[in-house]
Structure formats: structure tokens, C-alpha cells
Design a protein around this ligand. Sequence first.
Ligand code: CA
Length: 545
Amino acid sequence: MFKYTKMFSTKITPQREAIPGSIQVPNSAGGYTWQLDDWARLDRFLVLGSEGGTFYVGERDLTVDNANVVRRCLVADGPRTIHRIVAISDAGRAPKNDPAIFSLAMAAKLGDEATRRAAYAALPKVCRIGTHLMHFAEYAQGFGGWGRGMRKAVGSWFNARPPADLALQLAKYQSRDGWSNRDLLRLAHPRAASPSHDRLFAWAVKGEIPDGALEDPAFALIAAMTELKHITDVAMAAQLIRERRVPRECVPTELLQHAVIWDALLGAMPMTALIRNLATMTRVGLLAPGSAGTKRVAAMLQDRERLTKARVHPIGVLAALMTYKAGRGVRGSGTWEPVASIVDALDVAFYASFKAIVPAGKRMLLALDVSGSMASGAVAGVPNLTPRIASAAMALVTAATERDHAFVAFTSAPGGYGGQWGGGQSGITSLSISPRQRLDDVVSDVGKLPMGGTDCALPMIWAQKHRVDVDTFCVYTDNETWAGSVHPAQALRAYRDARGISAKLVVVGMTSTGFSIADPNDAGMLDVVGFDTSTPPVIADFARV
Ligand code: CA
């Protein structure tokens, strides 16, 4: 008998060929995977962005590719696109707001009439602070000029704020990335909503406090900011900062050398600013082992409600932890002695900044793709945060809630220098990482694993061979699989048959490409987006039913 099915079968197909009868497409690595639809891709882009590119695709091409996805979504259904942009941005699900702002600018400039109107109406929800608005102006400029809709929307952005809040925005974010409030107000030219607005606009445009404005309570912050420029007594400056809740951006640089000033700033400091300034606060001595400042900051960092309200993203916390622990800045901006209890608090903050998870109570195999391509690129543009490290951190969140879990890392032997040389024949390495370890230790453990080619079917093949019972496989990958002799979806079906378990597969996509190893026609397979704060609860919900 000639073995026809050895060469053509729907059950065993090499990854370098499409499964017969399927609608698989080639991925960037020469393997065949499924193509995500544009709505799923829109989600990936809004959460992961395209900054830094991937191992296979440069930053520019990945951006063009994703922008075309946004464009197609806008053509297909503009209001639905805007709804997605708002949902992901407003819930703080993405590490960076820029992809949402960029997509909203595209909608405002390229959408049809109804889409444009909806985009401008959504402006305050997506652009919540001055910096966001300046980024919107910059992105919108790439697609057109300042029409009537744009002028009106930007004008209302300023006018709709109560005077005290407007003063804060104008004082705190005076200019960013080539744009200033002065530029925006001149171009939008809004008619002031109140006399206070009028005075504040005048101050932002001319840089001088209008006559009589100091009697206006809306000018309390701006008056304090002006006073601070002339105060030489540090204690007096600290008192003024505390009383008027002055943000760091409005304090002269010389004053920022003093611990008492930072102590005063803490009272009104937003969580994101707190997380970004830990090194500075350590350098000036506010944060020291056992100090009152350390206790206060550590408590703030672990406050789930504060983290949620401020939309602190776990990626931001992870990046802060990696930098702070290192004791020196990425761009060589000085050194400091990291305080252990602050590092511990950041570790707690990382888990607390995800959406709450109800455990599924299932047997889970958390499988990390540690192939060569996963060590390239930077998640959300954070230096040194590769998809491989990010996926380990992401998997820890599920591990922290699911008692019955195991970790494996996989990389295939052929075409790489890992596999049989680095970690056993099958290319599967059992990982002894745990959420009880501190994140920075996990990061360094995962960083040291051997790399090689990519075969995303390995976790299922391994579990079948070793008779490991798994209800849900979670594979963290860039979906650039190519090296295996069977597709991951086929390996999952073979596993189900062999073990008699209706096992599921969750594919956690760590890059914003359009590929997936999950078969869209199999209800037991699901695509989710890596580093979306709502991904761990989604995984649990999918695994539970
Ligand atoms: Ca790879």
C-alpha cells in the first residue's frame, strides 16, 4: 500500500504546509497559521501597538500594516471601531494610550460624517490629559488640517473642564512633543465658557497672568507656581506645595533635589508619576530602608483601588521594577541604592493592576514560547522588555490564581541552537518559576533559557507523550511557528483523542501581527491579546465552562 495519507492528511500536516481544506496563510517565519480577522487585529494593535516591531517585521512595516487594519475597520463600521478604541483606552487595558489616540485621529480625519462626529465626541474619553490631546493633534496632522470639527472638539476639550481642573492641565502639561497649549488654543480659538476660562486661556497663550486674575480662585495653582520661582526657603516651598497640591511639573528643578519637597509632592502625586519617580525619590533620600517615606510609598503602591483608578498598567509596573531594581537609569541618568521594600511593593502592584480574576479551578499548562524570535523587540517600547519576558510575567498572573498549574518553556531543536543542546530532546523545559518568586528573579531565569526554532505544537505533543492531564493549554507566543511536523491545532485534537479530555487551547498573542495558531472553527480554541489587563480573567472564564 502506498502511504498516501502520510503525505496528505487533515490530521498530521507539517507546519510549513497549510492544513488541507483550511484557510491558513503563511506567517512571517514560513510556517502556516490562521489569519485573525480585522476586529481581532484591531484589539491587538490597540493593546500592543507596533513600537519596536517584531523579530520578523520592522517597526515601520508593522505600523503600516496595523494602520491599514484600522482603516479597513473604519470603512467596515466606523462607530464600532470608535467603540473599541474607547473601550480599551478608557478601561486602561493597554500599556500605552498612543495606539488608541492614533486610531481615533484616523477616525476623525478619514472616517465618514457619522464616524468623524463620533470620533470627536469620544475625544475627552480617549484624550484624558493634556499630553494625550497634544498627541492627538500631532497624529491628526498626518491625515489633514484643522477643519471646523477639529477646532470645535479641541475647543470643547478645554472649555468643558471646570476652571480649577483646566488650570491644572494648562500648568502641568504646557507643551509636549512639539505641541503646546498655546498652539492648540490659537488653532482652536474657542470662545471661553466663563470669565475664569477666559483668563486661563489668556495666561496659556500669552504667558502672563492677566490683571486681577490672582483674585480668581482658579488661579491658586498658577499663583503658587509663580511664587515657587522666587522662594529660596525649602521648608516654605514644601508648605506651599502641600497646601496648593502643586504637581512636580510646576516645581523649579533646584527644589527637586530635596527630600522634603518630594514628601510634600506625595500628597497630590498621581500613581503613574509615583511609579516613574521612585528612583529620584530614592536618590534624594525620601526613600531609604525603614524611612517613613518608604512606608507611605510602599502602602500607596499596593493599593488596588488607587492603581485601578489611575489606570496603572502592569507593564508600567514591570518596567519600573526592572529599572528600579537595577539601581541605574537606562540612559545613564545617575545611580541609586534600591530599597528592598519598594521592590517588594512593586511586585505586589504588578498583580494588583490586573482586573480581578475568578479562578477556573482547572488543570492548566502554561507554555512559554522561548524561541529566538521571542527575545527580539520591546513590548510597548519598554527597553529590555522582550515578548519572552513579558509572557513569563503574564503567565505568572494566571499561575497566581490557578492552583493546579505547571509551567513549561518550549523551543524546537531544528534550525536553532537550543532544543537538544539546551534543554532536552523534545525542546520542552519544565520551568520552576512561581508567583511566590519576585518578578525580577523570574525575568532573569527566563532570560537565561536556551533558544531555538519555533514549534507551538510541542506543549500538546509533550503532554500526550508524558500522559499529563491538562484541561487548558495556554500558549504564550508570537504565532510565528514553523518547525514542527504537525500543526498545533492538530496536536491538540490528537491530545484530546488520546487522553479523552476535551482540552482547550488559549493562544496569548504577544505581538501585533495578524497570525494565530488557534483554529477559528474550533470552539475549544481562543485567541487573546498579551498584556491586556483583562486577559487573565478572560482566560479563566474560557477555561471554566
Ligand atoms: Ca520563534
